[in-house]
Design a protein around this ligand. Structure first.
Ligand code: DX5
Ligand code: ZN
Length: 217
């Protein structure tokens, strides 16, 4: 399992996104949190910003859609050149169609689950996804405390993934820091989103190196 770090630009300066992307050259992905005031009580950015950011950086974009109608909007993020597009299971009414549309544009398709959403009911979708995202905070805001209650689900998800051939990436998002990342990795996660732990650090490059080292240990 290769460890990958995906810094969340939610914790970056939105007025200087190109610079903030350039500030993390050792990132595997740039995590882009799209929020719509409906699925979550916060509003961030949408397709026009993703289209611009795509041209401003070589780092692939990992778009996490916390929006009420992902079936309508997700394929457009893939078409805009996102490397990965993740939809929430709680919001999608037609996940098979939407995940297939995302893949049809050449992007990786992700399925996200909130802390209280069980993974087992979605095992049937594993053939349609490239990544499973387990939220380790309630979605909507950066800087929240990591929820240890999700760790058993990370472990269970890793076991299910292995049963399906092991190629699906397992991402954790929310409260991931140098302190919490080790237990996420130990439970079986391999892609780590970190907002405040990277962009809140004095040296974001060193923060990514430290996270990667802790997850690899
Ligand atoms: C929360 C977002 C996360 C957030 C993580 O709803 O999905 O990606 O940016 O921020 P930290 O790492 O600060 O918890
Ligand atoms: Zn996110």
């Amino acid at each position: 399992m290769a460890v990958q770090i995906s810094p969340s630009i939610l914790a970056a300066d939105f007025a200087r996104l190109a610079d903030e992307a350039a500030a993390v050259p050792n990132a595997d992905w740039l995590h882009v949190d799209v929020m719509d005031y409906h699925f979550v009580p916060n509003l961030t950015l949408g397709l026009p910003v993703v289209e611009s950011l795509r041209k401003a950086t070589q780092t692939p974009l990992d778009c996490h859609l916390m929006i009420a109608d992902p079936d309508r909007w997700a394929p457009q993020y893939a078409e805009a050149g996102a490397g990965s597009v993740t939809i929430h299971a709680e919001a999608s009414k037609a996940p098979v169609r939407t995940l297939r549309e995302i893949r049809s544009f050449g992007a990786r398709a992700g399925l996200a689950l909130n802390p209280a959403t069980a993974v087992e009911p979605f095992e049937g979708l594993f053939g349609e996804i490239d990544m499973l995202l387990l939220m380790t905070v309630e979605p909507g805001f950066g800087g929240q405390k990591f929820l240890d209650m999700v760790l058993p689900k990370v472990r269970a998800a890793r076991a299910l993934i292995e049963r399906h051939g092991g190629s699906i990436w397992l991402q954790v998002d929310g409260g991931v820091t140098a302190e919490t990342i080790e237990r996420c990795a130990e439970a079986g996660a391999d892609v780590f989103v970190a907002g405040s732990a990277v962009y809140g650090a004095a040296d974001p490059v060193a923060a990514i190196d430290a996270l990667r080292a802790a997850a690899t240990r």
